[in-house]
Each structure stands twice: as C-alpha cells, then as structure tokens.
Design a protein around this ligand. Structure first.
Ligand code: NDP
Length: 503
C-alpha cells in the first residue's frame, strides 16, 4: 500500500504550490523576486557544507554498544565499568588524517579511531588513532607537522620533500613513521585494525587511588591491509573502500567487534620507568605492563543520516567522566583545548546539543544564548540563570572531584631533554616484523623517499640506522635500487615543491 504523501512545505511550514516551475513574468520569464520558495531552496543549497575538519576530514562510522566483560572497579569508579554485563551505547568514527573530504580511502595514512560512550555520567570520548604513538610529543609542533601533510602553498600539491624534511629533523617521529610505512599503514576497513587511546590517561577508584592507563581496542576480525600495489588498484575502482567495508559489513549483519584492553601503571611507577610514560611517541612495553581485558565493543547500526551523525560527531579528549582523568602528557593537554575549540568553530557554540553529541543524561549548566541556541533552558527554571542563586539552579557535586595530583618542577621549556631515546622503540617494532613485512617496509620507505633532496634522505637514513642496522641498510638499498631503476627508465621522480620535471 502506498503511504499517504505529505505536503511539501517551506522551512517555515507553509505549503508550497510547486517545486519545479519558477514564478515568472510571462511564459518566458524573468523570474519574480517574490518567488521566495525558490530563493530559500537555493540559499539552503549554498549552506549545505560546513567547514571540513582540518585533519581527519574523510570519515566513516557507526553506532554500537560496549559491554563490560571483566571487573576493573579496583582501578576506576567510572560508572561505564561498574558491572560485568553493563552495556553502553557508543558512536564511533574512523578516518584518514591528511586527505580532504573527497580523498581516496585506500591511501597510506594514520587512521583516526574515535569512540563516544554515552554513559550515565555524560559522554566519555576516546579520540585516538589506529597507532599507539604519534609523530610529535609537543603541541607546538602539531600545526607545522600537519602543514607538511597538506598541500604546498604554491603548487597546491602534497610534498614528500616537506614531510621528510620535517621527519628527518624529528627523530621522535621515527616510531610513528615506521608504523605508518609498515603493513598496517593501509587497513582494508575500520574493522580490520586496532584502535588506541594513544595518550596516557588516568583511572581513579572510590578510595581516591590513581593509576595511569592506556586504552587498546584489539580487532577481533584480524588485521587486513592493502599493499601499495593493491591500494593503487582499489583507488582506481573506488575512493570509498574503507567506508564501504564497514558500511556493508554492518548492513549484512556482520557486526565488527574489538576487545577493549587496558594497561595499568600504579601512579608512583611513572617516576621509575626508563622512558617518559606521558610521552606520546612511546608505548609501554607489554612485558612491563600487560594488557587486561575490560569489555567488547560491537558496531551494529549504520546511522540513518551520515551528515547528522558522522559529520556532526564531535569527539574530544576533554570528555572524560568521573573515574577517568587526564595525565601530564603534553599533547593530551593541548588536545583537551584544541578539539573542543575546533568543534565550536566547525559546528557552532552549542555543538554538544546536536543529536550525535547529546548526552543521554540531563545537561545542566549556566552557558547562555549564542548561535544555535535551538533548545530551551536546561534547568526548566528561567530565574536560575546565574550562580550562586537561591532559585534552585544546578549545583556542583564535590564527590566527583578527582584525587589531588602532586606536581613539581621548575616552569621551563624542556624541548632539548636528551634523556629521551627516540630510537629504541622504533627498533623494537622493526625487530618484531616478519621478514616479508620488513622487505615491504624497506620498499615503501625507499619509494616514498624518491625525489626528496639528498641531504634530507641522508639525515633520515641515519635515523633508520640508529633504530636498527638492518633497518637502515634495508631502506638505503631499496631507495638506491628504486632510484637507479627509475633513472634507467628515465622516469624522473617528481619534486613536488618545484615544477613537475616530467612535463
Ligand atoms: P610485544 O611483542 O609485547 O607487542 C608487540 C605489539 O606490536 C602487539 O601489540 C602487536 O599488536 C603489535 N604489532 C605486531 N605486529 C605489528 C605490526 N606489523 N605493526 C604494528 N604493530 C604490530 O612488544 P612490546 O610491547 O615490547 O612492543 C614492541 C613494539 O611493538 C613497540 O615498540 C611498538 O612499536 C609496537 N607496539 C607496542 C604496543 C604496546 O602497547 N606495547 C602496541 C602496539 C604496537 P597485535 O596484537 O595487534 O598484533
């Protein structure tokens, strides 16, 4: 049976007489300005786009649930972990980092891995990546790093020269560069990769004890990736392979799952580890801090509207709940500010009241007015719009104050702290790779370095050698071989910062 058709209306709800024929003076026009319905329609089209994210613009995602399988209440009093079997609704988003909104999915890039837990204590966001580490450890370097991943100001092309120039001067990037250039650099779909909170966060329990914590989402589908050659073929067929992989799996009822695991470090241990446990370019070795299972994340619902729920989804490390806290990680501290700030710019002042971001529990505060104030007073009490008041307005709850954190040291800029060993962990990663993975890693880096200035290549090769002699040797050989072959076939590698030498 045909559903009864609804009447087409303007945004103000008035019925429209036509959605096809302009109101014109005479059969051949011109169009009358009083055809407001037409003006409204065109004006809406002009406003269909919001600023794309400066990073992580291209994304996919889905709704699902998180179920607690193990008791970790001795570490945290967060309600989301309060009981085995407890289920919490989640919204996830997975993305590439550098490519714009229309970029091809199967490009070698870090993947964003964000989970919004709609908990009974408000939203908890894990806004992480598919890698446990990052390229830089200080937020001062973040905008510069991102500029190297984006387009050159003159050519408007991506620049391998800029990327390697930056990386070669930042040995701390080597760990993430190795991960990115390894097989895991081009995952087939979100369900075939791990996710990591990446930063160190904290847990605190009902006795006021603090633990440092790292979050790991381990894929239960196994790792699947494309080689460079496979990815080139995939991109020739579809730009949306990553999105399609997740979307159709869920449509078919093949609901992807991850095991949420945590590494726990007692608060005092942070003073003892050989590495800085708050350095985003380092992992905590599993031998020192083993993984504990916490629960299962399952995705089971494609959103009914992509824009509404995935484009509008706003993740921020600032969204923690009582029982989960921050750490001194310098990058985390900066992201606490910058992610929420990016959403205010991208989506508007009240972005957290949009359906994707709205908490499942009541929101009460004294924020007032502003753009997009499309909802009513929070506290159903219009007289209580300031604090303190005697009008029954919302009040703070001191019981959710996290335990005090002892901080000491002189205020200074500690960038040149030579205590960091930036080469050991990338070397550890290299050494756990299988022989064929190592070969692909050498080839991928050797290829990616083509066309880059010799002095930069030399500097970067030193980093690989310092991580592991065989790593340096393997990359150098692959680089030299690819260069020789391309010279022999007169296919000159492109220097994207200058004119295209092939033209
Ligand atoms: P372990 O051998 O205990 O752990 C190795 C880890 O590396 C596992 O989590 C594994 O994840 C992951 N891994 C395996 N193959 C690859 C690959 N090809 N690319 C990226 N990651 C891979 O060693 P350590 O804990 O001492 O860590 C050694 C190195 O492993 C580190 O320097 C780091 O680069 C990397 N690593 C470590 C992690 C950690 O938290 N300790 C997390 C992820 C990577 P999986 O189970 O999914 O295969």
């Amino acid at each position: 049976m045909m559903a009864t058709k609804k009447t087409l209306t303007t945004s103000a709800g008035t019925p429209m007489p036509s959605n096809e024929n302009s109101l014109t003076a005479g059969k051949r026009g011109p169009v009358l300005m009083q055809d407001y319905q037409l003006i409204e329609k065109l004006a809406h089209q002009n406003r269909e786009r919001i600023p794309e994210r400066t990073v992580h613009a291209k994304g996919t995602g889905a709704f699902g649930k998180f179920t607690v399988t193990q008791d970790i209440t001795k570490y945290t009093c967060a309600d989301v972990f309060s009981k085995i079997g407890k289920e919490t609704k989640v919204l996830t988003r997975f993305s590439t980092v550098a490519g714009e909104k229309g970029a091809a999915d199967a490009e070698r890039d870090v993947r964003g891995f964000s989970v919004k837990f709609y908990t009974q204590q408000g939203n908890w966001d894990v806004a992480g990546n598919n890698t446990p580490v990052f390229f830089v450890r200080d937020a001062y370097k973040f905008p510069d790093f991102i500029h190297t991943q984006k387009r050159h100001p003159r050519t408007n092309l991506r620049s391998a020269e800029a990327m390697w120039d930056f990386w070669s001067q930042h040995p701390e990037s080597l760990h993430q560069v190795t991960t990115l250039m390894s097989d895991r650099g081009i995952p087939v779909g979100p369900q075939y990769m791990n996710g990591y909170g990446s930063h160190t966060y904290s847990f605190w329990n009902k006795n006021g004890e603090r633990f440092w914590v790292k979050f790991h989402f381990k894929t239960m589908q196994g790792h699947r990736f494309y080689t460079n050659a496979q990815a080139a073929e995939v991109i020739g067929k579809t730009r949306e392979s990553f999105h399609e992989s997740l979307f159709y799996a869920i449509e078919k009822g093949e609901f992807p799952k991850w095991k949420l695991m945590v590494q726990i470090m007692p608060e005092k241990d942070a003073e003892k580890t050989a590495y800085n446990p708050f350095d985003l370019t380092k992992v905590w070795p599993h031998a020192d801090y083993p993984l504990h299972e916490v629960g299962i994340l399952e995705l089971n619902e494609n959103p009914s509207n992509y824009f509404q729920y995935i484009e509008n989804a706003a993740y921020s490390p600032s969204n923690v709940v009582p029982g989960i806290g921050f750490s001194p990680d310098k990058m985390l501290q900066a992201r606490i500010f910058s992610y929420a700030d990016a959403h205010r710019y991208r989506l508007g002042t009240h972005y957290e009241m949009l359906p994707a971001n709205k908490s499942v529990v009541e929101v009460n505060n004294y924020h007032k007015d502003g753009s997009m104030r499309f909802f009513e007073n929070f506290n159903e009490n219009p007289d209580a719009y300031y604090e303190p008041n005697t009008k029954g307005g919302p009040v703070a709850d001191p019981s959710v104050q996290e335990p005090p954190l002892k901080i000491s040291g002189d205020a200074d800029r500690y960038g040149n702290d030579q205590a960091y060993d930036d080469f050991k962990q990338p070397g550890d990663l290299y050494r756990i790779l299988e022989e064929d993975e190592k070969k692909r890693l050498h080839q991928t880096i050797g290829g990616a370095l083509q066309g880059v200035s010799e002095h930069i290549v030399k500097l970067q090769l030193q980093h690989f050698y310092k991580a592991d002699e065989n790593y340096g040797k393997g990359v150098e050989e692959a680089y030299t071989m690819i260069k020789k072959n391309s010279e022999a076939t007169s296919e000159k590698p492109m220097d994207f910062t200058k004119e295209n030498p092939n033209l």
